[in-house]
Structure formats: structure tokens, C-alpha cells
Design a protein around this ligand. Structure first.
Ligand code: THU
Length: 160
């Protein structure tokens, strides 16, 4: 018997202003996307901006539905669009912002488990890490160098 410890390493910036200019520009696009969220039920808006290696930026926001499980998170809205439109491109990074319209959201909000699984699929497919930056509406920005860091013990195609 042995115990296995898994560690995750993050970089935390005190404010968006501290991040590289490229990230600030992407975050502006993610914020624009967040404001277009369709979230009448949760009133929680999420925006995602994805930078591809061909220079394209794809954005997405959460899209809710009266039949709640039929809605989709911002991350998957964006990443499936990227996969559909640019199947040959590699995803370099994903930048996220989330906030409730009912109260301030000032801590970094990480992607949910289902979105981590969806992002992992593309990281495995492209055999290159996807950097993930996540923020609330404003405030600190957390960065993970790869999706694998956010989802240890991932289930992927190697098990099939
Ligand atoms: N949501 C996202 O868009 N991304 C996440 O990673 C977590 C949750 C959305 C889904 C739903 O529309 C709302 O936020 C509340 O869960």
C-alpha cells in the first residue's frame, strides 16, 4: 500500500493589470462575452475567450434554458465552437470571467467539473497544454499552466 499525493500549482495575480498585455486583451473580450450571457435563471454570468494558434479568438457565454440541464456553460459554448470552426487549430489559452448580477464576485471562479472534462479532451487531442486564466468580475486572476493541473486523474481516450 502507498499513498499518492497530487499537487496543483497556480499563479495568482492581484489584479488584471499585473497580467501580460495579451491576457488583459483577452480578458476584455471575455468580459464582453460575459455581458452577453443568457442567464435569466441563475443570474450568474460567465464569459470565456479562447486564443488559438492561428491568431483567432473565440468567445462564448453561458446559455441557460427553462429545462435547466439543457443549458450550457460559457467554457463549453466557446470550446465547442472553436473545435467546430477551427478543427486544425491548437488552443493556446482560455481566459474566464464570472459574476453574479445579484452580488459582487471578486474571487477567481474556476471552470466547473464538466467544463474541465471538455477542455481536457482538447488538451489531450492537441498534445499541448492549454493555459487557463480565471477571474471573478474583477480582482485577483488565477492562472493554471494546463488543464491537467485542474483535473488530475483525468479520464481520457487512453482508457478506451
Ligand atoms: N457556468 C458556466 O458557464 N461555467 C462554469 O464553469 C460554471 C457555471 C454557468 C452555468 C449556469 O448558467 C450558471 O453558470 C450557474 O451555474
Amino acid at each position: 500500500m502507498k499513498e499518492v499525493k497530487i499537487e496543483a500549482l497556480f499563479t495568482v495575480y492581484d489584479h488584471l493589470d499585473e497580467t501580460p498585455k495579451k491576457i488583459q486583451d483577452l480578458m476584455v473580450k471575455a468580459i464582453e462575452a460575459r455581458k452577453k450571457a443568457y442567464a435569466p435563471y441563475s443570474k450568474f454570468q460567465v464569459g470565456a475567450a479562447i486564443l488559438l494558434d492561428n491568431g483567432e479568438v473565440v468567445t462564448g457565454s453561458n446559455q441557460e434554458n427553462a429545462s435547466y440541464p439543457s443549458g450550457l456553460c460559457a467554457e463549453r459554448t466557446a470550446i465547442y465552437y472553436a473545435g467546430a470552426q477551427f478543427p486544425e487549430a491548437k488552443i493556446l489559452m482560455m481566459v474566464l470571467t464570472a459574476g453574479s448580477i445579484q452580488h459582487p464576485t471578486l474571487t477567481p471562479i474556476p471552470p466547473c467539473g464538466a467544463c474541465r472534462q471538455a477542455i481536457a479532451e482538447y488538451e489531450v487531442k492537441q498534445e499541448a497544454p492549454i493555459e487557463i486564466y480565471f477571474m471573478g468580475e474583477t480582482g485577483k486572476v488565477a492562472k493554471s499552466d494546463s488543464l491537467a493541473n485542474l483535473l488530475p486523474l483525468v479520464f481520457d481516450k487512453s482508457f478506451l
